[in-house]
Design a binder for this molecule. Sequence first.
Ligand SMILES: NS(=O)(=O)c1ccc(C(=O)N2CCCN(Cc3ccccc3)CC2)cc1
Ligand SMILES: [Zn+2]
Length: 261
Amino acid sequence: ARQSWGYQDHNGPEVWHELFPLANGDRQSPIAIKSSEVKYDPFLRPLSFSYDLTSPKVILNCGYAFSIECDDTEDRSVLRAGPLKGSYRLRQLHFHWGPTDDYGSEHTVDGLEFAAELHVVHWNSEKYPCFVDAAQQPDGLAIVGVLVKAGEHNSPLQKVINVLDVIKTKGSQVAFTNFDPSSLFPESLDYWTYHGSLTVPPLLESVIWIVLRQPITASSEQLATFRSLLCSAKGEPACCLLSNCRPPQPLRNRHVRAFFH
Ligand SMILES: NS(=O)(=O)c1ccc(C(=O)N2CCCN(Cc3ccccc3)CC2)cc1
Ligand SMILES: [Zn+2]
């Protein structure tokens, strides 16, 4: 079988379209947000979320990122309101980063690239029976994107950083619970929202994106720890996951709406 996808020259974002034609679709993510072109929408509401500390179960190195996987067998941790109709159940959270602190976010704001980006993934549990079904529907997923700036040490993030040395190789995982994903959110929940896609293959166009306007910070040392993860499995030649960010995609016929003046 052909090489699977990744973030190197031979299998990265520039060639994903060869295996995943949706890569050239008309609602792909991420996008470059231009704050002067967003439209304030008076019908948008504040975000409302309630996360149960015990929803997170394991943290795993999936080869293209590390993700905190949550128990989504019942509606214990949900996201509501904002641009959403109904309630979306927390599934997992993960980060994207770059080879240096100068870039690594997926969304950009007025041409500004951030050092990393947190994605908190939810699926529409009112309309669909499971994540995989929801991921095939235009309103199936809601993902909160949080931009990460290099700067002050981030103490809630340190709890995640501390276990990365135990999941160095692709496919490794360790128990990870008693964690509140909202501890990673900035103080302001002002957001931009638009209709897009997964930013990793199969790039399904099923995401209502909610990108928070206020970035959080992480120290250079914390960001360097992300890059020490390996995209190679145990026993394979070590290959560091230095970058796992997809560049911004064409906006095509889409508008970005803002929930703030
Ligand atoms: N960067 S992101 O857009 O926020 C993002 C969102 C979700 C995942 C994620 O959970 N996975 C694991 C498995 C599910 N597949 C999708 C799938 C594959 C087959 C049948 C349906 C859906 C995607 C990758 C990863 C990244
Ligand atoms: Zn992501």
